[in-house]
Design a protein around this ligand. Structure first.
Ligand code: FE2
Length: 213
């Protein structure tokens, strides 16, 4: 039987390296250990804590301006050059927060609103650390949908259309960027003190018309 499969509309997750991430890890652990920002702590459950999730951690700590610049430079390259939004100009971080997750913690599936690009810089990891990205077509929608479940065995033709998600392994210094509407999360965490910095970004221009910054 003759057949051809067209893999249309890929979902990008871009990985870049951020140097000097060890300094950031030490900085955040020092803040956590000294409990200096207790008012900013949001506990999702007993195992996951978000710091500054209702503000922008870069506005709180000017010592991290160098990191903001590095992330915005990397994001601008990813968005304008790799994803081809060449008219949108520089990306700016609109909010950023850091996350501490203990063993057993679960980050429920979610996406980020009011932004174009989102990302995470991983700071404390081990061989088990990962993030799960959901297939856009596997997420529930607002319209009526007939659901069917594909066998999760490897496809004999090497195709991967049946996979509802991908787990991406990450290590300290990895900085991932993805379109903000892509659903993501992770199952029971196996990494003690899993530490990461997450952020949302918007471009300077939208659709060549709207000037945001
Ligand atoms: Fe997220």
């Amino acid at each position: 039987m003759q057949w051809q499969s067209l893999s249309l509309f890929a979902t990008p997750v871009i990985k870049m390296e951020i140097e000097d991430h060890e300094k950031v890890k030490a900085f955040f652990f020092e803040k956590i250990n000294n409990k200096v920002e207790a008012a900013t702590v949001k506990k999702q459950d007993s195992n996951i804590t978000h710091f500054f999730s209702d503000t922008n951690v870069f506005n709180v700590y000017p010592e991290l301006d160098w990191l903001r610049e590095k992330i915005e430079e990397a994001a601008t390259f990813a968005y304008c050059e790799l994803l081809n939004f060449k008219k949108s100009k520089d990306l700016k971080i609109t909010n950023a927060w850091f996350n501490l997750c203990e063993v057993g913690g679960v980050q429920v599936r979610h996406s980020h609103a009011n932004c174009r690009l989102s990302g995470t810089l991983y700071l404390n990891t081990d061989q088990n650390t990962h993030i799960r990205f959901m297939h856009p077509l596997s997420c529930s929608s607002m319209h009526t949908e007939i659901f069917d479940q594909a066998t999760q065995d490897p496809n004999p033709y090497g195709l991967k259309f049946h996979l509802p998600y991908f787990d991406v392994d990450v290590q300290a210094g990895d900085c991932l960027f993805w379109p903000s509407q892509v659903n993501h999360g992770y199952d029971a965490n196996k990494t003690p003190d899993r530490l990461s910095l997450s952020f949302n970004l918007m471009p300077q221009h939208l659709n060549t018309v709207y000037q945001i910054y």
